[in-house]
Design a protein around this ligand. Sequence first.
Ligand SMILES: Cc1ncc(COP(=O)(O)O)c(C=O)c1O
Length: 509
Amino acid sequence: MAVAPIAELIARDLANFVEGKNKIPLHRRVYNSVRTAILSQQLRAKDRLPSTRDLAHDLGLSRNTVMAAFQQLIAEGYVDASIGSGTYVAQALACNNKRSGQLRLTKKITSPKEKISPETLLSYRGKLLTAQAAEAFFEVQPLQPARTDFSIFPFKVWQRLQNKYWRAAESALLDYSSAGGYAPLTLAIADYLRVSRSVNVLPEQVMITAGTQQSIDLCARLLADSGDTVWIENPCYWAARKVFDANGLKLKAIRVDAEGLSPEAGSMTNPPKLVYVTPSHQYPTGVVMSLARRRKLLEIAAQTDSWVLEDDYDAEFRYAGRPLASLQGLDTHERTIYMGTFSKVMYPGLRLAYMVVPVALIEPFRCGLYDLQRPGQLMTQAALADFISAGYFANHLRKQRLLYGTRRKLLSNALTSVLGPLCVLSPNETGIHLVLYLPDTVDDVAIAQYCAQESLSVRALSSYYIAPPIRKGLVIGYAYMSTDSVALGGRRLAHLLLKILQNQLETVS
Ligand SMILES: Cc1ncc(COP(=O)(O)O)c(C=O)c1O
């Protein structure tokens, strides 16, 4: 079969690609090539892309890899696909382009600006922030962490609740949100947190944001200055780290052990301004912070006037034992800002999250939220308030807990049954991913890449560390996969690992 021009273009791009410190998955690189071709008008509106099967064949890649790239392009509106008629560059993208037909590969339209390397256009901070591109969130491969099952979301109910507000279209709900959030929603959240997470909260303390990223950003801007120190867990949530970097804060990596964040003796000589923690389910190791450590951390915060940012991102998913109380609920000195999100319990594209701030910070945070982030989404906030108060939220949560708990068990059984004593899993029946620890001698990044080629999208544990000592392992998701495929995926992964680990052991002996 003749190689199609777009395949040539991508193949050239892939061959020229220089791997940086952070590995970029293959599907992301294919996506980047096509996207660049569209933006530089090498591909134009209505140009037809080859089928995923043909392109995968021409590039020597798995079809899943090409499909993941195409789905990302579709999701971002670069291309349109209609069943049966193929995939085309979106009409809206090339406004002054009347040409259609063959792909033009050689005559790229260049302006003087295009010759400038993007590096030279960015500030020091811009370079720092874009040096490590985040992995695409849109994935189709099995065992991908951080995803929940959207297929069980009660869309009809959600649509009906939203329609109610859109029919009335009250102008107040179309405006900016200036009071920290829609009052019935802050009330519903406060009631929920008091009962289910033991948070000390009045509705006025609740601030609605467009995600945890925004919550952390607001805390970083309002509570710390550039150059101040922030303690961050090692390993840590990469997106929190980015926000602190963006605000010019100095990161101090604090070890996480079996009891959670573990400040070393002597670290009090240079106290932090902020401490970012995930105490209910440390991200990504899953460790639950012990009561002794919680008390210690709150004592440090009270003594040094530092602020504790408690990210309670997936504590709703606890499958055994009693729910864990929040750190904020133990804090008698009001030094904790509690953060939660609807990204996992509803869906991430909703972009609604919340913070509970100490009473003394209510007014400054209302002001900061309004002036820096210009929040809105009051229609959606109103529908969400109804969704919670009418009991749909609790039902959906119950359903998710049941399903994800079963899937977690199936995954851990599948891994244990194949790997036997080599299977060392993270503790605690919480969350939407688990960690499979690997011997310190293996290259978990290479293993994760190998798994990706086999269409299993696990992540290397070592990539979450910002300082030594680094533990090796794989972060494995299970929540969004169907009950059948999670067991199958687990067994496939375990067999791959068994082969790799046995080879390693043979090489060593
Ligand atoms: C530790 C942690 N916090 C928060 C979030 C959610 O962030 P957001 O509310 O911005 O979607 C995630 C998502 O994966 C996470 O892993």
